[in-house]
Design a protein around this ligand. Structure first.
Ligand SMILES: [Zn+2]
Length: 385
């Protein structure tokens, strides 16, 4: 059965979203965040942490994994302008870098006077993207893995023992209540369970593809516990210490030169999320065919939880922008994965959810003239409460 949270419209199919009655935990967390957390206490906790991590030797105080996106820019703002730390920034080159993404990365290093190391991906990345696409319907798989594993490896290499990440998962409804509430540190368990690994492990790929050696995939391997213990590396979510609101954060970082995308992002009604990668809407498209929601839902529900959007407007955005196949980088995407259109749509059919899309008498999915799958009434009816 496909249903939505009565308050914010997130669907029950969203992985790791839990419900209490007809309300989701993202809604519960929003209330908790606004009414129960003592932010003064959290700030004290942060200041104490900062005083411990300021290094007297000639090295960076901490490491921040950045994309140049709204969240990482805000993290660098907090670390440099609020905490007075000297972070080393590390970035993982997106699948398909965009101009606005490059601009925002440059702005970040200039405005906050930070050194940045970017991993420019080898050709192995494309092989891993293709494996992710074929095996779990997600070409961004190596990116999800890389942006969490590589910064930790870099911290080890550079002798930096504190890593900062951004918002806590509770804001977007990730995980069970006990976990959401205590989300200060980011552990290997969290990464393996929640960071879009989709059950695919690198070892599975190494076993099946002889052309990939272990040394080709070092950025995607999380260091061992022993390696981590040597430096006592700890990764913190800054969202644990500071209230986190996307729109407020964007207002602030714009003052430092950060820009949203010049046009609406496909699969979304906005232009502020994942704008550093041209292929990210395709990741959202596969999310839609598997689970029946994409970025338009994520953002409409976020605005609903913040009481900044009417439910009528949210529903309209979701019904308009959540489902259409992204076309802006479509040809380039096929080329990137070395596939043709027929292969693409066959893969779509392998991952499409039969509860959400119409099939013909032979059980094959029905595609419309523009390639889009035909949604069942159940999806449209899910807005009726
Ligand atoms: Zn909700």
């Amino acid at each position: 059965m496909f249903f939505r949270c009565k308050s914010c419209l997130l669907p029950n199919t969203k992985p790791d979203l839990h419900f209490e009655g007809d309300t989701c935990l993202a809604c519960k967390y929003q209330k908790y965040h606004e009414e129960e957390i003592d932010w003064g206490e959290r700030r004290k906790e942060f200041d104490e942490l900062v005083s411990q991590m300021k290094r007297s030797d000639d090295t960076y105080d901490c490491l921040i994994a950045v994309s140049g996106g709204k969240d990482s820019t805000y993290q660098v703002y907090l670390a440099t302008q609020v905490a007075g730390l000297k972070p080393l920034l590390v970035a993982f080159e997106p699948s398909r870098p965009t101009d606005v993404g490059r601009h925002n990365l440059k702005v970040m290093t200039n405005a906050f006077n930070c050194d940045l190391i970017q991993l420019q991906k080898s050709s192995t990345y494309r092989k891993l993207a293709r494996a992710g696409f074929d095996l779990v319907g997600d070409h961004e798989w190596p990116n999800h893995v890389g942006i969490f594993c590589w910064p930790v490896r870099m911290a080890l290499t550079m002798g930096i023992s504190t890593i900062f990440y951004g918002e806590a998962g509770g804001y977007i409804g990730l995980g069970r209540w006990e976990k959401i509430q205590s989300e200060k540190e980011l552990t290997r368990e969290h990464i393996e369970q929640y960071v879009g690994m989709n059950g695919l492990r690198l070892s599975d790929i190494l076993e099946t593809d002889d052309s990939i050696q272990k040394k080709d995939v070092l950025p995607y391997i999380y260091p061992s516990e022993e390696e981590l213990k040597k430096l006592n590396i700890t990764a913190y979510n800054l969202g644990h210490f500071f209230p986190w609101d996307t729109q407020e954060n964007i207002k602030l970082i714009k003052k430092y030169g950060w820009r949203p995308a010049p046009e609406r992002t496909e699969m979304d009604f906005g232009n502020w999320e994942s704008i550093d990668c041209g292929f990210m809407p395709m990741h959202q498209y596969f999310k839609f065919i598997k689970y029946g929601y994409s970025r338009a839902t994520d953002h409409a529900s976020y605005e609903l939880r913040h009481n900044r959007m009417s439910k009528k407007q949210a529903i309209e955005y979701i019904r308009t922008y959540d489902w259409p196949l992204p076309t802006r980088y479509f040809e380039e995407f096929l080329e990137f994965l070395d596939i043709d259109e027929e292969y693409f749509f066959k893969t779509v059919d392998r991952f499409a959810n039969p509860l959400l899309f119409e099939t013909d008498a032979n059980g094959n999915f029905v595609h419309m003239w523009d390639g889009n799958l035909l949604l069942k009434d159940a999806w449209y009816d899910s807005f009726d409460f």
